[in-house]
Write a new protein. Structure first.
Length: 310
């Protein structure tokens, strides 16, 4: 639903005017009921600071860490609010998001965007950081065979990140056009292979990453990973996933949940060039056409859909 809403001022926080925002699969799943969130969606954004307790931020173009912690627990004091028990999450948990003209976040969550990164490319900083988050949790280098299951927009970003590791990467997906796009997206990653499901990869990979946003992704990952390998779960979906845990026990599989990552590596990568990311944008809509934008984003052939707000 598109309607007028009050400006979301929160005591002691910065007010940001949204320039662009991206629709991701999490937004689509929340619209179906995932996370039981009520409010304004959207967490991938770039905007300009209108008001801030830190006056030096005013007028600056920024992106924002989406997890707003309490500010005083051990995690927050250590500079990592991603798992603060009292956190709110932009457009996901307890905090209105970026599909609006304005949003509110603590100043400590805001990060200035370099001039070399365009507005549309800056929308990718949050999901690209999430892709880099895998490398915070799992060692991946040139000696590893890695399966990336999924061929959507997040999978493309993960492929871009994994290309930095020189691993042997195989992308398993359902859409021929998207698989071909993925190969062209990382031309410098010479070891990339792309395949549709069905080829026998049983027990081949050191690491299998589920980026499907589908209940079937975990089963595929467990099937293709080696004994004592690692499965990374990178996406969420509305509903419950059934899994045969005996396969995990017998093959001694390590399962890692992976959500948000640090913004620094994503910004550093984009600062060297963002042309490839712009090829992932398949739709641009004004904010008042948000419902049409969601329909476009839900289409199987779509990649990133952008809301042009300001």
């Amino acid at each position: 639903m598109v309607h007028d809403a009050p400006i979301p001022r929160r005591n002691g926080e910065a007010l940001v005017q949204v320039i662009c925002a991206g629709i991701c699969n999490t937004d689509l799943e929340i619209a179906k009921g995932y996370a039981a969130f009520q409010g304004t969606l959207g967490h991938e954004f770039v905007g300009r600071v209108v008001e801030s307790p830190d006056g030096s931020l005013e007028g600056r173009r920024v992106v924002g860490e989406i997890n707003a912690g309490c500010g005083h627990c051990k995690l927050c004091a250590g500079g990592d609010s991603r798992h603060c028990v009292e956190r709110t999450v932009l457009g996901i948990k307890g905090r209105d998001g970026a599909f609006a003209e304005f949003l509110s976040l603590p100043s400590r969550n805001l990060i200035e965007v370099p001039d070399s990164v365009s507005d549309e490319a800056a929308v990718f900083i949050e999901p690209l950081a999430a892709a880099f988050g895998i490398l915070e949790q799992v060692e991946i280098n040139g000696s590893h065979d890695v399966a990336l299951i999924g061929d959507g927009k997040l999978a493309h970003l993960i492929a871009l990140v994994l290309a930095q590791t020189n691993c042997a990467l195989t992308i398993i997906g359902k859409h021929k056009e998207k698989l071909e796009r993925a190969k062209a997206f990382c031309p410098h990653a010479l070891q990339i292979e792309t395949h549709a499901p069905g080829q026998d990869f049983k027990g081949r990979f050191d690491v299998a990453i589920d980026a499907t946003g589908s209940p079937s992704g975990l089963a595929t990952a467990l099937d293709v990973v080696k004994p004592r390998g690692t499965v990374v779960l990178k996406t969420t979906h509305h509903g419950v996933t059934a899994v045969d845990t005996s396969q995990i026990v017998v093959n001694e599989i390590r399962i890692v949940g992976s959500r948000c990552g640090r913004f620094g590596p994503a910004i550093d990568l984009l600062s060297t060039g963002d042309r490839a990311l712009r090829t992932l944008i398949t739709g641009r809509f004004p904010l008042d056409a948000g419902l049409l934008a969601f329909e476009e984003a839900s289409a199987s052939e779509s990649m990133k859909v952008i809301l042009k707000v300001a």
